[in-house]
Design a protein around this ligand. Structure first.
Ligand code: MD3
Ligand code: FE
Length: 217
């Protein structure tokens, strides 16, 4: 049964968009598991709450972050790194929930990276006004691994440039349920999120959540 004419309430089939060589956007791919994803996130937050980390330059990030998996991305005055423990609790990060892992592996496979098994998931929470300035993700050990990202909640503009900070950027609107895979040449492209607009999402409230799956260790 490929038609849902008689049911009508299935989420739309994900549509695929190629953003650059190695970068694939799977629109709506997370919609069928949104409740499992948000439920698992609530459990993670109880053990490892969102917090505003400090950059090596001494700025407090406007994006709040937490992690799950074997390692988590952290920043403080001494630098950026992956750490097996949460500096707030001194304990391991919560394990990666099964619906997170399944979605990341499925998306990576669809994009041409069937061997990707993330060991870290950085979870970003944007409230209106929060932003992430143009940067590269370079703290992971092996850039042959893609990064998979899942957008939930309020929409955002995603800026996608090139290998140099000054390369021109293209803009994409990322919506609740969109999944993107960044591998190959695009793995080291500059990218960022300008200030989130005000709004309220029925499932996520006044926030955008982004799950980013990485092979960190
Ligand atoms: C392109 N997060 O956590 S997700 C990050 O929406 C980060 O929270 C943004 O940039 C967010 O580092 C963007 C999309 C993304 C993630 C990693 C990438 C795009 C990427 C790595 C390389 C190229
Ligand atoms: Fe990034």
């Amino acid at each position: 049964m490929t038609s849902d004419l008689f049911h009508g309430f299935e989420p739309p089939a994900p549509r695929r968009e190629d953003m650059a060589e190695g970068a694939v956007l799977l629109r709506g791919k997370a919609l069928e598991t949104e409740d499992e994803l948000l439920g698992a996130l609530a459990a993670i937050e109880e053990k490892a709450p969102f917090r505003h980390m400090v950059t090596p330059g001494g700025f407090v990030m406007s994006v709040a972050m937490t992690n799950c998996g074997e390692a988590g991305w952290v920043t403080d005055l001494s630098g950026y790194r992956y750490d097996r423990t949460d500096p707030l609790s001194g304990r391991c990060w919560p394990p990666m929930p099964a619906p997170f892992m399944s979605l990341a592996v499925e998306a990576a496979t669809e994009a041409g990276y069937p061997d990707f098994r993330p060991d870290a998931c950085l979870i970003n929470r944007y409230e209106p006004g929060a932003r992430l300035s143009l940067h590269q993700d370079k703290n992971e050990r092996d850039f042959a691994n893609p990064i998979v990202s899942v957008s939930l909640g309020l929409p955002a503009i995603f800026q996608f440039g090139g290998l140099k900070r000054t390369d021109p950027v293209r803009k994409y609107a990322l919506h609740h349920g969109d999944v993107a895979v960044w591998g190959g040449p695009s793995r080291l492209f500059y990218h960022g999120i300008p200030a989130l607009k005000e709004g309220v999402h029925p499932k996520a409230g006044a926030a955008r959540i982004n799950l980013t799956f990485r092979g960190a260790l």
